[in-house]
Design a protein around this ligand. Structure first.
Ligand code: OXD
Ligand code: MN
Length: 622
C-alpha cells in the first residue's frame, strides 16, 4: 500500500505513513478505533483501490461528489428552476432491482438461516468473496462511510461503516443515514460497528474508460454473516443491494440482534393518525415492497379533520417499553421510494417532498430537464427521454420510466414529517397492520381477535410479486410479515419471537390485515386507495378505542354495514365486493397457508398451527 493516497476533506496524506503512526490532528477521530483502522487497511489491501477517501458527511462533500458525478456524465443535473439541487441517474439496464436469488444469510448452521433464505457455509462464502473482491477496486476510489441507523441521540441506534467504490452510494447514504463524523464520534475508540464492504465489481484496467453505471453483469452477491455481524455486497449498485444501512443492516442484521436482545426489526412504515378531536395514535404497517408503504406513510387525508403524519416509510425497530406498550423507531433518515404512480393527485405530500434536493434513478427526462414517470400526469410530455437515454416513443408500448424507478430524498423535506420522527425512544404503537397486493380473496380490512391471531395474520401474508426484486411480476407468493427477503434468521424462530414479544407486554396493540388491491371481474381496482385509505385508518383508530362497529366472520372482524365512513367519497364503491368472503376462495387460501407452514417443520410454533386449525374449523362451518 506504499504511496496509497488518503484523502479527508481537501487534505491528502500517505495512507502508509498515517498507519505507521503519523496521524495528523484533524484525522485523529478516524484512527482512534483500532477495529475501524484494521477494516480499512484489510479492505484496501484486498481490493487495491487507487485512493482512499474518508467521508465526513458534510454538505460540501456531498456537493463536491455530485459535481464530480455530473462532470463524468453519471448525474444529469435537473432544471434548477423546476427541481433545484436534484439529479437524474441512469443505471445499467441489468441492475435495476434487488437480487433475491443472490442474497445470502451465511450463519454457521444452515438451520439458523431457515428454509426461506439462501445459505452457504460462511468460510466457503468468504473464500468465494475474497476471490471476487481481490483487486476489484483497481482504478477506483475506496470511500469509507461511517453511518448511524437511528437518531444519533438514541441508545437503540446501530453504527455501521460501509466501504464502497461507488460515489452514487456515498451520496445516497448521505441522504438515507446519519453519516460521517457525527457517526464516528458516537462510535468512539472502543465502540462496535457493523462492517459493510461493497464493490460494484468492475475494476478499471490501465487507461480503461469508465461507464456511467459500473456493475458486474455476471457475479452478484449480497451476503450477510449474522454471527460475525458483517455484510459483503458485490456486483450491484442498485439501492436495495448497495445502500447497506437499509435492508442489510437495519433489517437482516438488526433482526438477528433484535432476536437476541428482545426486540423486532420490521419492514414497516410508522404513521401518527390524529382524529378531529386531536387525539393521536401511532400505527405501524408491514406491506411487501411496492405495495404502497410510502403512499400510506405520506397519506393526504380525504376525511375532513383527520390527519396523518409520517414517522418512517419502510423500516421500524419495535421494542417493548416500560409502560407495557410497544414503541417503534424509524432508523432511516430518508426515503428511497418508488416513483411510478406517484402524482399530485395520488400523493401530493410525496410530490412536495421530492420537489428539490432529490436523486432520481431510472425515471424519464422531459424536454425542460425535469423528471417524469408513468402515472405522474395524464399526458405524456413530449419530447421525453426514456430511462435508458433514448427518445421515448409512446407507441412502443414500453414504459418511459423503469417500473422500479426510485427517488432518494431526506425525510426532513417531508411536509408532514411527524415531530417524533427522530425521537430517540420511538413512538408508542396503538395498532399493527399487515397487508399485501391481492386481487381477490382478502377483504379491504379485518381485525384479529388476539396477539396470537395477529401473529398468524402476519405469518400468512401473501402478495403478488412486484418490480422491486428481479423475477416474474404479478405471481402470488408467501411473504410472511413482508419480511421474506429481509429476515436474517430462521423464519420459524422469527414467528416464535413475535409470539414471545406479545407475552412480554401488558398491552399488545390490536392487529389488522388490509388489502387495497382487490379487483372486480373486469380486472379494475374496487377501492380507490391513496387518500381514501384514511377511511380504513379511521375504523382501525376507533376499533382500538372500542368504538367502531364490527361483524364477526370466519376470518376475523370486519366493519359492520355502514361502519366504514364513506362520506364524500368521489368514486362509487361496491362495499359488498370489498368485504365479501368467499368460502371457496378461503378454503383454497387455508390449504395454501397449510402447505406453506409445512415448510417450517418443527420450527413452526404450535400456537400458529393451532390458529390454522381454528381457521379451518370456522371455514368448515361457514
Ligand atoms: C425497498 C424494498 O426498496 O422493499 O424498500 O425493495
Ligand atoms: Mn422496503
Amino acid at each position: 500500500m506504499k504511496g496509497l493516497l488518503l484523502k479527508s476533506g481537501l487534505k491528502s496524506f500517505d495512507f502508509r505513513e498515517v498507519l505507521s503512526g503519523k496521524v495528523p490532528n484533524e484525522m485523529r477521530i478516524w484512527f482512534q478505533n483500532k477495529e475501524l483502522v484494521r477494516r480499512i487497511s484489510e479492505t484496501a489491501a484486498l481490493c487495491t483501490p487507487s485512493e482512499i477517501r474518508l467521508c465526513d458527511g458534510s454538505i460540501e462533500e456531498y456537493e463536491s461528489l455530485c459535481r464530480d458525478l455530473v462532470s463524468k456524465g453519471v448525474f444529469i443535473p435537473l432544471n434548477p428552476e423546476r427541481r433545484p439541487g436534484s439529479y437524474l441517474c441512469r443505471s445499467d439496464p441489468a441492475d435495476v432491482a434487488r437480487v433475491e436469488e443472490a442474497t445470502f444469510i451465511c450463519s454457521k448452521n444452515k438451520e439458523d438461516a431457515g428454509p426461506t433464505n439462501n445459505w452457504q457455509d460462511p468460510a466457503e462464502m468468504n473464500k468465494t468473496l475474497d476471490r471476487l473482491f481481490a483487486g476489484c477496486m483497481k482504478g477506483r476510489i475506496l470511500y469509507v462511510i461511517p453511518f448511524c441507523m437511528g437518531p444519533l441521540a438514541s441508545p437503540f441506534s446501530i453504527i455501521g461503516v460501509q466501504i464502497t467504490d461507488s460515489p452514487y452510494v456515498v451520496c445516497s447514504m448521505k441522504i438515507m443515514t446519519n453519516m460521517g463524523t457525527a457517526a464516528l464520534e458516537k462510535l468512539g475508540p472502543e465502540g462496535r460497528f457493523i462492517p459493510c464492504i461493497h464493490s460494484v465489481g468492475k475494476p478499471l484496467q490501465e487507461g480503461e474508460k469508465d461507464v456511467p453505471w459500473p456493475s458486474n453483469a455476471i457475479q452478484k452477491y449480497i451476503v450477510h454473516f449474522p454471527e460475525e455481524r458483517k455484510v459483503r455486497s458485490f456486483g450491484s449498485g442498485y439501492g436495495g443491494n448497495a445502500l447497506l444501512g437499509k435492508k442489510s443492516v437495519a433489517l437482516r442484521i438488526a433482526s438477528v440482534i433484535g432476536k437476541e436482545e428482545g426486540w423486532l426489526a420490521e419492514h414497516m412504515l410508522i404513521i401518527g393518525v390524529t382524529n378531529p378531536e386531536g387525539r393521536k395514535k401511532y400505527i405501524a404497517a408491514a406491506f411487501p415492497s411496492q405495495c404502497g408503504k410510502t403512499n400510506l406513510a405520506l397519506l393526504s387525508s380525504k376525511l375532513p379533520g383527520w390527519k396523518v403524519e409520517c414517522v418512517g416509510d419502510d423500516i421500524a425497530w419495535i421494542r417493548p417499553g416500560k409502560d407495557g406498550r410497544l414503541h417503534a423507531l424509524n432508523p432511516e433518515a430518508g426515503f428511497f421510494g418508488v416513483a411510478p404512480g406517484t402524482s399530485y393527485a395520488s400523493n401530493p405530500y410525496a410530490m412536495e417532498t421530492i420537489a428539490k434536493n432529490t436523486i432520481f434513478t431510472n425515471v424519464a427526462l422531459t424536454g425542460d430537464k425535469d423528471v417524469w414517470w408513468e402515472g405522474m400526469t395524464k399526458e405524456i410530455p413530449s419530447p421525453l427521454i426514456d430511462w435508458t437515454g433514448d427518445l421515448y416513443n409512446p407507441a412502443s408500448g414500453k414504459p418511459a420510466a423503469q417500473s422500479n424507478a426510485r427517488f432518494t430524498v431526506s425525510k426532513m423535506q417531508c411536509p408532514i414529517l411527524d415531530p417524533a420522527s427522530n425521537d430517540p425512544r420511538g413512538v408508542p404503537l396503538s395498532a399493527i397492520l399487515f397487508g399485501g397486493r391481492r386481487s381477490s380473496t382478502i377483504p379491504l380490512v379485518y381485525q384479529s381477535c388476539s396477539w396470537e391471531e395477529g401473529v398468524f395474520l402476519g405469518a400468512s401474508v401473501s402478495s403478488e410479486t412486484t418490480a422491486a426484486a428481479t423475477g416474474v411480476v404479478g405471481k402470488v407468493r408467501h411473504d410472511p410479515f413482508a419480511m421474506l427477503p429481509f429476515c436474517g434468521y430462521n423464519m420459524g424462530d422469527y414467528f416464535a419471537h413475535w409470539l414471545e414479544i406479545g407475552k412480554r407486554i401488558k398491552n399488545p396493540p390490536p392487529v389488522f390485515y388490509v388489502n387495497w388491491f382487490r379487483k372486480n371481474a373486469e380486472g379494475r381496482f374496487i377501492w380507490p386507495g391513496f387518500g381514501d385509505n384514511i377511511r380504513v385508518l379511521k375504523w382501525i383508530f376507533e376499533r382500538e378505542e372500542g368504538v367502531s362497529n364490527y361483524t364477526e366472520t370466519s376470518i376475523g372482524l370486519v366493519p359492520s354495514k355502514d361502519a366504514l365512513d364513506l362520506s364524500g367519497i368521489a368514486t362509487e364503491v361496491d362495499v359488498n365486493a370489498l368485504f365479501s368472503i368467499s368460502s371457496e376462495d378461503w378454503k383454497k387460501e387455508e390449504k395454501e397457508i397449510e402447505s406453506y407452514f409445512a415448510l417450517f417443520g418443527k420450527k413452526l410454533p404450535e400456537a400458529l398451527a393451532n390458529r390454522l386449525e381454528e381457521l379451518k374449523l370456522r371455514l368448515a362451518k361457514s
